[in-house]
Design a protein around this ligand. Sequence first.
Ligand SMILES: Nc1ncnc2c1ncn2[C@@H]1O[C@H](COP(=O)(O)OP(=O)(O)OP(=O)(O)O)[C@@H](O)[C@H]1O
Ligand SMILES: [Mg+2]
Length: 396
Amino acid sequence: MTCFPFSFRRKVSSPNKRFVEVDEEVSGISNVIMYTYKEMCIATGDFSPANKIGEGGFGSVFKGKLKNGTLVAVKVLSAWSRQGVREFITEINVISDIEHENLVQLHGCCVEENHRILVYGYLENNSLARTLLGGGHSSIHFDWKMRSKLCIGIARGLAFLHEEVRPHIIHRDIKASNILLDKDLNPKISDFGLAKLIPANMTHVSTRVAGTIGYLAPEYAIRGQLTRKADIYSFGVLLLEIVSGRTHTNTRLPYEEQYLLERTWVLHERNELVMLVDTSLDGHFDAEEACRFLKIGLLCTQDSPKIRPSMSNVMKMLTGEVSVDDKIITKPGLISDFMELKVKDEHKGKPYQSNHTSYTISSGSGSDKADTMPSTRETTSTYATMTFTAISDRSS
Ligand SMILES: Nc1ncnc2c1ncn2[C@@H]1O[C@H](COP(=O)(O)OP(=O)(O)OP(=O)(O)O)[C@@H](O)[C@H]1O
Ligand SMILES: [Mg+2]
């Protein structure tokens, strides 16, 4: 990406309202393009609702056009870390330094007064959540070849974050709405590294995590143990979604089919995995490959994080370099017991308490080190107590 050192002096307010000079705060950081708030206003037509393209746990996203004509996605963070401007920009700098064909590129940011804005390359074809899983509202036809390419591309991007970037990055929020498609329908993972920018105990963070619960590895959801294996679990769920063309949870389906992962396991045990493949493909797919992908999804979502494969092994299995047939697949880790709480009216509006204990969901920065070394509360500086109230608001 284009890099230039900060050579201007511009007054900004740090979160503690002490005015500081930007170039003092960020000396030594040279990778991030800094945009002024005025530039952001011009690019997005004063953040006009007509330019709003989405809203996530971090804030609103607007389509924008920079002075040089480049189309961008402008993500306005609704809450930012309590860390200072320097730390904020240091994190941004790390993210913007990462370039890979399957990762969304961060162009730069705007840090001015209380505004914290991220500027990404604009991706023309929206997210997998809106297209493939959007309930027929997209004109894109995802044939089998394209799905296979999507799965491999996403795996490649995640393997890069997990195994090539130093220090490794755990995404924490792998899901269909964070997979964007460029003009040639290449998949790009978005929002990596963002969890570190968000403060603990923010309500919307809990909502975000709850909204993503179908992708959450049980050990992360229940015990706050965050390792790369939690991402691999989420990737497994996503893989099942891509092959089956349906979302991880669909309460409109008959009860036994509502949870995709449970359904996949049942069909696997019956040796009927092929029944899960998206019927909109009209039988035009490579059955061996599709069933292999479903088995890889099951391998990734096994209850024990230790036996889930690494992303580089997932890549080898997806491409057929390594066989899946000789692998023993154990039962998936399921948190459907928790998901079911959302339909229980008596819990509506109240934080969930189980009979035995209350649970927390880690949402803060954690150890990105070894897969077997979870980020515990001792090593995690920030984590939010998750109430299950938010789950009842989640649409299926
Ligand atoms: N770079 C981009 N190019 C085009 N559209 C984008 C881009 N980034 C985000 N979007 C759109 O904005 C929507 C909202 O994105 P956002 O990341 O804020 O929320 P989310 O992905 O649904 O949830 P989360 O906050 O957990 O990531 C996306 O689903 C996508 O449609
Ligand atoms: Mg997102």
